[in-house]
Design a protein around this ligand. Structure first.
Ligand SMILES: O=C(O)C(=O)C[C@]1(C(=O)O)C=C[C@@H](O)C=C1
Length: 299
């Protein structure tokens, strides 16, 4: 089954989201070879898509807002380093929805131009996540200057363009092939079970047929027991919570939005009642989506 069917059942919405030639327009951050691009190819593997690369995560959201693309794919959490805060905040800022999910195995590698060796390197470029996921390996080379870049694949492309043995990138094996780089050291991520979870974002709330995961964002009165008052509905209704992440509310220092993921399908009337109860206890409440949980893909 293609992602189109996973995304929505409603024919009119489908037609709206495809180009005249039937292609779905999807945006991702980075350049060819980025992990987002790999996740996009996997998620939409049975669909006819046209893809657009964007420089920043926010550019993907802006393109969705401008209806330049129908879906955006963005990393939201890494299994070794945790939530990607910027994407959580952008979801709220742009008021968009989650319509799907994809988890892919991430392997980080140290890449350099042909013939470069560990002892040649002075500067290393990568996305901050690339550095974080390789933190143990990097401890052995404290003299290297770590230069954060917008994306792992953009940094690999840059190394190719610079053509200097002093410069290396942390990125995927696929970028080594694409940009003709040598793998100086492979699998440098400290956790070999390293996965990143990507979300498929839409400007519309599209409910999927086979949805088994619900995401919501709430804020609560700043008083004792208010989080407990909400969490008890999960326990009382036997709802399996998958994740809770808090992000600061910008104009209220030390107050938070809670992003909650749990198992379920909104068609279930019992679950609807629990959600109503949670909404009543919240200052702010938004259902972010009901979609199919992403399985871990070892590519
Ligand atoms: O897609 C890429 O290549 C990125 O650089 C982004 C990103 C991220 O932000 O988490 C994507 C997946 C990996 O966890 C490392 C980096």
């Amino acid at each position: 089954m293609g992602a189109l069917k996973r995304v929505t059942n409603k024919k009119d919405e489908l037609e709206e989201k495809t180009c005249k030639n039937g292609q779905i327009k999807v945006g991702y951050q980075g350049v060819e070879g980025s992990f987002s691009e790999q996740a996009m190819r996997k998620y939409f593997e049975e669909d006819d898509i046209s893809s657009s690369p964007f420089e920043t995560f926010e550019d993907v959201f802006q393109a969705l807002k401008d209806r330049e693309i129908s879906y955006g794919i963005l990393p939201i959490e890494n299994s070794s380093t945790g939530g990607i805060g910027e994407v959580y905040s952008l979801l709220r800022k742009y008021d968009f929805y989650i319509v799907g999910e994809m988890c892919i195995k991430i392997t980080q590698n140290l890449l350099g131009i042909k013939g470069s060796k560990l002892e040649d390197i002075e500067e290393v470029y990568s996305h901050p996540q690339g550095f974080e996921q390789s933190v143990e390996f990097l401890k052995d080379y404290p003299h290297w200057k770590l230069i954060p870049y917008k994306n792992t694949a953009i940094s690999a492309k840059y190394i190719r363009e610079e053509n200097s043995k002093k410069k290396a990138a942390i990125a995927s094996k696929r970028t080594a092939e694409l940009y003709h780089l040598d793998i100086i050291q492979q699998n440098i991520n400290f956790n070999q079970d390293n996965y990143t979870r990507f979300i498929i974002v839409s400007a519309d709330f599209d409910v999927t047929t086979d949805a088994d995961k619900i995401s919501m964002v709430i804020s609560l009165p700043h008083k004792p027991g208010s989080l407990y008052q909400v969490l008890r509905y999960f326990a009382e209704n036997h709802l399996n919570m998958l994740k809770i992440e808090s992000r600061p509310i910008l104009d209220r220092p030390w107050e938070y939005f809670f992003y909650i993921d749990f198992e379920g399908n909104l068609q279930n009337p019992h679950l609807k009642k629990a959600i109503d109860q949670i909404e009543k206890k919240s200052n702010f409440f938004k259902l972010l989506g009901n979609y199919r949980k992403g399985r871990n893909i070892n590519q």
